[in-house]
Design a protein around this ligand. Structure first.
Ligand code: ZN
Length: 244
């Protein structure tokens, strides 16, 4: 049997038989892994709690014919325990896990930048230094950028003209007056500025933004993400904005 080690974040789990689970993990070197965790639903399981969604774990697996099998799991950081006590942070984290799952397609295709963005996003959420929805919107924008869908924010997405009139999801970002399709949103300049700050990781600018621009930004980012994922992110509908 062929053993390998990796670290990863548990994205989701599903029941298998009487006592086992199939665990989907976004791993640092390997990419997305679906593996069997045997006996984890028994109360005597050595590592059941370490293989719950959100947990950053160090793993040893052996390669199976169809699914790999988890043979060891050590917790690096249990983000689920931290986030479970705070509903807006928990739902934002759930939307991150689902997005990471959706933006990484094949199993065992390395996705190091998506892994690093996810771990960084969960850590920023758990550290509580910034509003949960801002952290989530920053994660959405950056993970879309890594997946090749960065929105144009500084010049027209169609003709690169610098004069911006609207934000058009189908065009790929901001557009000029000539390229603006019917029905494109016309956000405040500050909203586009906030999206730029979140994409760059400029937290000083993002934290100083006004609630109305944050709301407008969240609406545009969610629509942009859902358009790219086609079927939408189910857990996003439970995300609530914290009082500011
Ligand atoms: Zn244009």
């Amino acid at each position: 049997m062929s053993l390998y080690r990796d670290e990863g974040v548990v994205l989701r789990t599903q029941k298998l038989g009487e006592a086992d689970r199939i665990v989907t993990i976004l791993a640092k070197r390997t990419g997305k892994i679906r593996a069997v965790a045997k006996g984890v639903r028994r109360t005597t399981s050595r590592f059941g709690a370490r293989l719950e969604p959100f947990t950053h774990v160090d793993l040893q697996l052996h390669t199976g014919r169809t699914l790999d099998v988890v043979t060891q799991a050590e917790t690096i950081r249990p983000y689920g325990e931290v986030l479970a006590a705070d509903y807006p942070r928990y739902t934002a984290g759930s939307a991150m896990l689902e997005t990471a799952d959706r933006l990484t397609h094949g199993e065992k295709e390395p996705a190091l930048r998506q892994f690093l963005l996810l771990v960084g996003g969960l850590r920023t959420l758990a550290d509580r230094g910034h509003e949960a929805r801002l952290v989530l919107d920053a994660y959405f924008l950056r993970s879309l950028a890594v997946a090749g869908y960065a929105p144009a924010l500084d010049a027209c997405a169609k003709c690169r003209a610098p004069a911006i009139r609207a934000f058009a999801i189908v065009s790929g970002g901001v557009v000029c007056g000539a390229c603006r399709p019917a029905g494109a949103a016309v956000p405040a300049g500050e909203t586009i500025g906030l999206m730029t700050a979140l994409l760059r990781g400029d937290w000083a600018a993002a934290d100083a933004s006004e609630p109305r621009h944050r709301s407008e930004c969240s609406g545009l980012v969610a629509a942009y993400l859902q358009w790219h994922l086609e079927h939408g992110i189910r857990s996003l509908r439970h995300v609530e904005r914290e009082p500011v």
